[in-house]
Design a protein around this ligand. Sequence first.
Ligand SMILES: O=C(O)CCC(=O)C(=O)O
Length: 275
Amino acid sequence: MSLDAFGEMRDSNDLLDDTPALRERMAEDGYLLLRDYLDLQWVMDARRSVLEVLAEHEMLDEKYPLMEAQAAKSDQETFRSAIGSRAALGKLPAVRKLVHSGRMIDFYTAFLGGEVRSFDFIWMRVMGPGRASAPHYDIVYMGRGTTNLYTSWTPLGDAPLSDASLMVLENSHRLEELKSTYGQMDVDKKGNWKKSGGSFGKDPAAIQQEFGGRWLTTDFRAGDLLVFSMYTMHCSLDNRSDRIRLSSDTRYQLASEPVDERWIGDNPIAHSVRE
Ligand SMILES: O=C(O)CCC(=O)C(=O)O
């Protein structure tokens, strides 16, 4: 976390009414942080509905109010088998409303400049104490359609640095050699899943030393939206709190462009067909 390796994201709220400037900022930074952009009530409704499912599966410490998401002392494997699959959490109506309508779609309609299509699959993250996400480009998981595709990372509640906040590696969207090597991988082909599960590595500090740039993050608050490109390297800090960090990540593109067939329909095939 030294100053040359770690820093604060900048927000782009001042550009919200200027779509060309937002596109330039995305080209420059590889991400857009929009503070307090989403409807807070919708975010909290989504949080509550996910937490109700987690509570039913005894993943929360009942001594605390539901909305605090205090983790029960179970391990993550219990968590995983309890909820079965995160696809089920992504089907909750309050979650779908938040990520597939309203301000989210308004943003992309302006930013992409046309009718928007989102992937039907919603990635829900239930990040318990001690957990973290490993560094990766999203393109390796969803690169069979257009690359003019963006990720929304949406904290369903506050997600400060202590609670596994998301980080992006500065200038990683401009690492042309990495984009033409690791960035060409398809996790569902050639046994790639077995080799790495799609991650570029497991050690954010080593990756920062290899490529330079700083890992950028912030104390995310409920209502914030982080948008980033398919070639923006990202991961999370470790969750050093006793809470579960909840977030969703979802994808958006122009409806007129080719779509990766793994992530569409009522029951997307996801990574079930692997070579
Ligand atoms: O929420 C996380 O920790 C990981 C999210 C992620 O990998 C993504 O948004 O693509």
